[in-house]
Write a protein that binds this ligand. Structure first.
Ligand code: AMP
Ligand code: MN
Ligand code: MN
Length: 315
């Protein structure tokens, strides 16, 4: 796909990622925003975000311009969906997607069926930001764009740790650091540093985790009462599932938190033996082979039982 050709003569472009945005989502939307400012300053661009973006990303240019509550029912010439693999994950931006003259989707989720009129979905890329780097014309990449792309790759690869990092991903990171931003500071401040209560709740999640299936699976859950006690929001729980997975012998880690009465947000991580995207898809979720998510109804035990049955089928 040639992104600028696909945008063509459009005068207005809407950009959005997925609900409960993560690092790759925030970074990819802001990267496209900054890139279009450079390449097509004549275009009116609006970046949507359904939920408050984590403040750790506030150093990214354009962060303050992200639109949380966009009221005019305005139709855009082009809508660009980034890092989002299903319509429901677009949140309120779905209306603008449906009304746009043309839709473009850039993503790396293998469960993405091709949401838009024009799609660039690369399941082997580490992140949407990596795909964007390949699509961007190099003359329009500046320090701002590079800093966004770097942040997205860092977050979706767990600081270059996961198997989604290919030789090409590392080459791209190498090219990005040439732009002169402070990469180590971004990694430290946005990935490793957590608030005191976040570390406390991580401790609780690890302490109360349970091994099952002969130690091949691990599960932990944070309920509403605990979230209220520590005064944390769902976005503060990101990363806990990765700590669970760093348990020797574990092939699949499951972390969930209570979203409402008998409703859980589930995150799964796998070392590759079990495809957790397949498991998540059974219940209406999705993601990648080694990292997937889904929202499920039932008691904590109903959810574990349902997931276990699907995981068992692959073991
Ligand atoms: P999470 O554990 O929620 O951070 O999600 C892990 C991966 O699965 C991310 O790449 C998400 O974008 C994706 N994912 C999470 N929840 C869903 C869902 N309900 N539908 C599709 N993809 C999801
Ligand atoms: Mn994402
Ligand atoms: Mn991503």
């Amino acid at each position: 796909m040639n992104l600028l050709c696909e945008i063509g003569e459009a005068k207005s472009v809407a950009i959005a990622g997925h609900i409960r945005p993560d690092g790759d989502c925030i970074s990819s939307t802001l990267a496209v925003y900054a890139y279009l400012k450079c390449a097509r300053p004549d275009i009116r661009c609006v970046v949507f975000t359904q939920d408050n973006p984590p403040t750790i990303f506030s150093y990214l240019e354009g962060y303050d311009e992200m639109n949380l509550t966009y009221s005019p029912k305005e139709k855009f010439d082009v809508f660009i969906a980034l890092d989002v693999s299903s319509y429901d994950r677009l949140g309120d931006a779905l209306w603008f997607f449906e009304e746009a003259d043309k839709t473009i989707c850039v993503d790396h989720h293998e469960t993405n069926p091709g949401l838009a009129d024009v799609n660039e979905i690369r399941p082997y890329a580490s992140s949407t930001c990596e795909v964007l780097y390949e699509l961007f014309e190099k003359q329009f990449i500046d320090k701002t764009v590079a800093e966004c792309l770097f942040t997205g790759i860092v977050h979706d690869s767990g600081v270059f740790q996961y198997s989604n990092m290919s030789r090409r991903s590392f080459e791209i990171v190498g090219q990005l650091v040439e732009y002169g931003f402070d990469g180590p500071k971004i990694i430290q401040d946005t990935f490793y540093v957590k608030s005191y209560v976040q570390n406390q709740i991580l401790g609780r999640a690890l302490l109360e985790s349970i091994l099952f299936m002969d130690g091949k699976c691990i599960v932990s859950m944070i309920d509403r009462k605990m979230m209220e006690f520590y005064n944390v929001l769902p976005k503060h729980l990101e990363g806990i599932v990765n700590h669970l997975k760093n348990t020797r012998g574990v092939e699949v880690a499951i972390f969930m938190y209570e979203m409402g009465t008998q409703r859980y947000k589930v995150s799964m991580r796998s070392n590759g033996g079990v495809n957790v995207a397949t498991v998540a898809t059974v219940f209406g979720g999705g993601g990648h082979a080694r990292a997937a998510g889904v929202e499920m109804n039932g008691t904590y035990y109903d959810v574990i039982n349902a997931l276990s049955r699907e995981i068992q089928k692959q073991m």
